[in-house]
Design a protein around this ligand. Structure first.
Ligand SMILES: Nc1ncnc2c1ncn2[C@@H]1O[C@H](COP(=O)(O)OP(=O)(O)O)[C@@H](O)[C@H]1O
Ligand SMILES: [Mg+2]
Length: 304
């Protein structure tokens, strides 16, 4: 087993990615090949979650960097391309600078954030303020290249709106009847994609916002064309286990939405709508992974 790759992480990768098993089997060789070709010195692995394999490295010219290796098959290959696209466009402004990319190898080399603490080490309100502030800094009105390359969030919502009834059946009707009806209507409303498209980071969960040089920068984008409120969602539902254990959890959620709405200059109801719609997308996607606990998202849907 590769240094730092736990059994749990390996099992999660094998379940989640169609090519996960093959990728894990070839990971050690892939790592050795990339390290040699890019003349890197491997230092230590970073704690893994449900994604690829990351490790601290030093470059040949003595820079501290992070090497990220991801599976390359199917949807993940597309996600890798979009990640590199967004990082290239930001060029280190508000996001970690990309030092190298090899899409065929699923390899990404990033400048290392210092000290690199994730955004959830801040208090709740600061987490929302800084996270949404960064979202705003990273967002731009979509230009021709964005319109050509980035997926449209509204299209995904429209597809799910079409099969909403069947999806609810397949998931065993996780929401209360009134909430299910409301979420169905919100899908139809957001599927129209009204408004000028904005190129969004797409996955600003607190693990993707790192302390760097006295501020915060983003990593791990999954960019989409949406509207500004889209990026608030991963922060609104952040720290789910902690949040659900709080006696005033509904109030905390309202406060998070209010801050997001303020900082992103978006209507609070619109932020809430995106939270409910994206949460349904998570249930749709992740219930197929097996072993992924979707219950906190269901609980949040009733609180929102
Ligand atoms: N450039 C970086 N500098 C420092 N730490 C990083 C960097 N990139 C990633 N990390 C650490 O690795 C974690 C996972 O990286 P990420 O790219 O978000 O992968 P995943 O797809 O597994 O979420 C981050 O939450 C962060 O703690
Ligand atoms: Mg991440």
């Amino acid at each position: 087993m590769l240094d730092g790759l736990t059994d749990d992480h390996a099992a999660a990768v094998a379940r989640r990615f169609p090519d996960g098993e093959t990728w894990l089997a070839g990971l050690e060789a892939r790592l050795a090949e990339v390290v040699a070709r890019w003349r890197l010195t491997p230092l230590r692995p970073l704690p893994g979650g449900i994604g690829g394999y990351l490790l601290d490295v030093r470059t040949a010219d003595g820079r501290d960097a992070v090497l990220k290796l991801s599976p390359t098959g199917g949807a993940q290959g597309a996600a890798n391309r979009l990640e590199a696209y967004a990082l290239r466009r930001w060029a280190g402004d508000g996001a970690a600078r990309m030092l190298g990319v090899d899409l065929a190898a699923g390899a990404l080399l990033l400048e290392r954030c210092r000290p690199g603490a994730t955004l959830d080490t801040l208090g709740d309100e600061e987490m929302l303020e800084h996270g949404c502030g960064l979202a705003r800094r990273l967002q731009r009105p979509a230009d021709d290249e964005d319109l050509l390359i980035l997926p449209r969030a509204a299209e995904e919502v429209a597809i799910r709106a079409q099969r909403f009834g069947g999806l609810m059946d397949a998931l065993g009707h996780p929401f209360s009847p009134a909430r299910e009806q409301e979420i169905g209507a919100l899908h139809r409303a957001l599927a129209t994609g009204d408004g000028a498209p904005v190129a969004c980071h797409g996955d600003l969960n607190p693990g993707n916002v790192l302390a760097h040089d006295g501020g915060h920068v983003a990593v791990d984008p999954l960019p989409v064309l949406a509207d500004a409120a889209y990026d608030a969602v991963s922060l609104v539902w952040a720290k789910r286990s902690w949040l659900l254990a709080q006696p005033d959890r509904a109030e905390i959620l309202r406060r998070r939405i209010a801050i997001a709405s303020d900082v992103l200059d978006a209507d609070a109801e619109h932020v809430r709508a995106w939270a409910l719609v994206r949460l349904t997308g998570v249930l749709d996607e992740r219930s197929e992974w097996g072993g992924y606990d979707t219950a906190p998202f269901v609980a949040l849907a009733e609180l929102l």
